[in-house]
Write a protein that binds this ligand. Structure first.
Ligand SMILES: NC(=O)c1ccc[n+]([C@@H]2O[C@H](COP(=O)([O-])OP(=O)(O)OC[C@H]3O[C@@H](n4cnc5c(N)ncnc54)[C@H](OP(=O)(O)O)[C@@H]3O)[C@@H](O)[C@H]2O)c1
Length: 484
C-alpha cells in the first residue's frame, strides 16, 4: 500500500459523533496498516475549552468502543493527535490554528468539516482570512449539503468563494465501498459484462438502502429532512450513476464525474401526472425491530406528533439515453425496515426460449448482486445443471468478490476516502454540478409533497415498507430482491 505524503488532518467538529464513531477509527485503521506517513498530524478542533488529555479521555470513552482491534500501536497513533479549542464564530481562533499549522502550500492540509453545514461558510471564510486556503489545503464537506437546490447552491457558492473546485471533496461514503469499486473493475476490466450492460439484456435494476434503526435520537434533524433528502438525493443516485455511466475515457476524476453527470442529466423528469405512479412515500408506525417492540415515527422524541415527513421512499427512475431507455431503475430506502441491507441488483432478461421446463422459481434468475451492507460481496446468479441423471437446472452463484478469497483486510469506506483525500484523488467525491443535477431531479417530488395534503403511507416497523412499494415493481412482473 502506498504511504501518503506528510499531512495535517484538521478535524472541525472533532468532539462530535461522526469523528468519534467513524473518522478516528478509520484514521487509526489507516495508521495500523502503515498507510499514513510518519509525519502526519491530526489536529482535533472542538468548541469546548480543554486540553489534549481531556480530549484523549473523550476519545477513549466514545471512539475506542468503535474500534474492533486496538493494538500496541495505539500510543503511536494517539501521539499524532493534538487538540485545539476553536469556535467557528471567533476569528482569532483561526489565527491560532494557522499558528499551529503554519501556512505551508507545500504541505497537504486536509480540513474535514464534520460540523453542521450552516457553519461551512464561516469556517471556509475563517480559513481564508488566515491564509489557510492555499494550494495545499483540501476541504472535506459532509452531507447534508443543503435542503434543496437553492440552499445547496448557496453553500457551494460560499465555499467556492474561498476554495477552487479541485480543493473540495464532497463525501459520499457509499462510493468508498470496495464492492462499488469492484463493480467498476468488473464492468470496465472485462469484455464479458459490457455487451450485456444495456437495455437489450437488462430487465431492470434495483438499488436498496434499508436501515433497521429508527431516528436514533436525531428526530429533530430527521423531521426536517426525510428519506428523500437524507438518502435518495445523494447515496442512491450516486450508486445509480455508478451502474449506469458510460465507460469514461480514462480514470481521471473529471472523466468519471463527467460520465456520472451525464446520467443525472438524462434522468427522466417526473411529471405531475406520473409522480403518483412512480414514487411511494411511507412513514413507519409502531412495530418490532430486532425482537423488541418499537414506537412509531410520530412518537419518537423531537418528532412533530402529526409529522408528514417520509421515513421511506421508493421510486421508479428511468434514464433517457440509448443504453437505458425503457429499463426501470427501482430505488428504495427507509428506516425501521426488516433488515439492514444495502445492495444493487442487476436483473438480466430471461432466455428467449425455455428448453428445460423450469419451475417459476427458476425463471429470470440471472442477476448480478452487489451487496454493500451488512457485508460486502458481489455475486453472479446463474443456472447450472443439477448433478445426476436427467436435465434439471439448479441455481448456482459465482462469487466475484476477490477480497473474500484474499487474506487482505477490507478497508472501511471512510478509511479509503480519507486516504484518497490525502493522496489528492477526487474521483470518488461529488462535483458541484453533480450535486446540482441530483437536487434538480428530486425537487419536483419535494414540491409536490409540500403541496399535497395526502399523508405518507403507513408501514409497520420491521416490515419492508408500504405495500405500494411492491406494486411499483409488480406492475412490470418484478419483485424486490429480499434474500438476506
Ligand atoms: N454522525 C453521523 O453518523 C453522520 C453521518 C453523515 C453525516 N453527518 C454529518 O456530519 C456533521 C457532523 O455530525 P455529528 O453527528 O458529528 O454532529 P455532532 O455530534 O452534533 O457534532 C457537531 C460538532 O460540531 C461542533 N461545533 C458546533 N458548533 C460549532 C462552532 N460554532 N464552532 C466549531 N465547532 C462547532 C461541535 O462541538 P461541541 O462538541 O463543542 O459542541 C461538535 O464537535 C453533520 O453535518 C452531520 O449531518 C454525520
Amino acid at each position: 500500500m502506498a504511504t501518503t505524503q506528510p499531512f495535517d488532518m484538521v478535524l472541525f467538529g472533532a468532539t462530535g459523533d461522526l469523528v468519534m464513531r467513524k473518522i478516528l477509527p478509520s484514521l487509526y485503521a489507516a495508521h495500523r496498516s502503515g498507510a499514513l506517513h510518519a509525519d502526519g498530524r491530526i489536529v482535533a478542533l472542538g468548541r469546548t475549552a480543554g486540553d489534549l488529555s481531556d480530549y484523549l479521555a473523550q476519545v477513549q470513552a466514545q471512539s475506542m468502543p468503535h474500534i474492533k482491534d486496538i493494538g500496541d500501536d495505539w500510543a503511536a497513533f494517539a501521539a499524532r493527535i493534538s487538540y485545539l479549542p476553536l469556535d467557528a464564530g471567533e476569528k482569532d481562533h483561526f489565527q491560532r490554528l494557522a499558528d499551529t499549522l503554519g501556512v505551508r502550500p507545500d504541505r497537504v492540509t486536509v480540513c474535514y468539516l464534520a460540523t453542521a453545514p450552516r457553519l461551512f461558510t464561516k469556517i471556509c471564510a475563517g480559513l481564508r482570512d488566515v491564509g489557510l486556503n492555499h494550494a495545499g489545503v483540501r476541504v472535506v464537506l459532509e452531507k447534508p449539503l443543503g435542503h434543496d437546490l437553492q440552499s445547496s447552491e448557496e453553500i457551494n457558492a460560499d465555499v467556492a468563494r474561498h476554495f477552487a473546485e479541485n480543493q473540495i471533496y464532497r463525501i459520499d461514503h457509499y462510493l468508498g465501498k470496495e464492492s462499488v469499486q469492484n463493480l467498476m473493475a468488473l464492468r470496465f476490466g472485462n469484455v464479458l459484462l459490457e455487451p450485456l450492460w444495456r437495455r437489450e439484456w437488462i430487465d431492470h435494476v434495483q438499488i436498496t438502502i434499508a436501515e433497521e434503526i429508527g431516528v436514533e435520537g436525531r428526530g429533530d434533524f430527521y423531521d426536517r429532512t426525510g428519506a428523500l433528502r437524507d438518502m435518495m438525493q445523494n447515496h442512491l443516485l450516486q450508486l445509480l450513476c455508478m451502474v449506469a455511466m458510460e465507460p469514461p475515457a480514462n480514470f481521471s476524476a473529471d472523466a468519471v464525474r463527467d460520465e456520472k453527470l451525464k446520467v443525472l442529466k438524462a434522468l427522466r423528469p417526473f411529471s405531475a401526472d406520473d409522480l403518483a405512479l412512480r414514487v411511494v412515500r411511507g412513514q413507519y408506525r409502531a412495530g418490532v425491530a430486532d425482537g423488541q417492540a418499537v414506537p412509531g415515527y410520530q412518537d419518537e422524541p423531537n418528532v412533530a406528533p402529526e409529522s408528514s415527513t417520509e421515513t421511506f421512499v421508493a421510486l421508479r427512475a428511468e434514464i433517457s439515453n440509448w443504453r437505458w431507455s425503457g429499463v426501470p431503475f427501482y430505488l428504495r430506502t427507509g428506516k425501521r425496515l426488516a433488515a439492514r441491507l444495502a445492495e444493487i441488483v442487476i436483473s438480466f432478461r430471461d432466455v428467449p426460449l425455455d428448453l428445460f421446463q423450469r419451475p417459476n422459481s427458476l425463471q429470470s434468475t440471472n442477476r448480478l448482486v452487489i451487496r454493500l451492507q451488512p457485508e460486502e460481496s458481489i455475486s453472479l446468479h446463474m443456472l447450472g445443471k443439477e448433478p445426476g441423471e436427467g436435465m434439471r437446472l439448479q441455481p448456482t452463484v459465482l462469487n466475484l468478490d476477490l477480497h473474500a478469497a484474499s487474506r487482505r483486510r477490507r478497508a472501511d469506506a471512510y478509511e479509503r476516502l480519507l486516504l484518497d483525500v490525502i493522496h489528492g484523488r477526487l474521483g470518488l467525491f461529488m462535483r458541484r454540478d453533480e450535486l446540482a443535477a441530483a437536487w434538480s431531479w428530486v425537487e419536483p417530488i419535494l414540491d409536490s409533497w409540500a403541496r399535497e395534503d395526502t399523508p405518507p403511507r403507513p408501514y409497520a416497523a420491521g416490515s419492508w415498507g408500504p405495500a405500494a412499494s411492491n406494486a411499483l415493481l409488480s406492475r412490470s412482473g418484478a419483485a424486490w430482491h429480499e434474500e438476506i
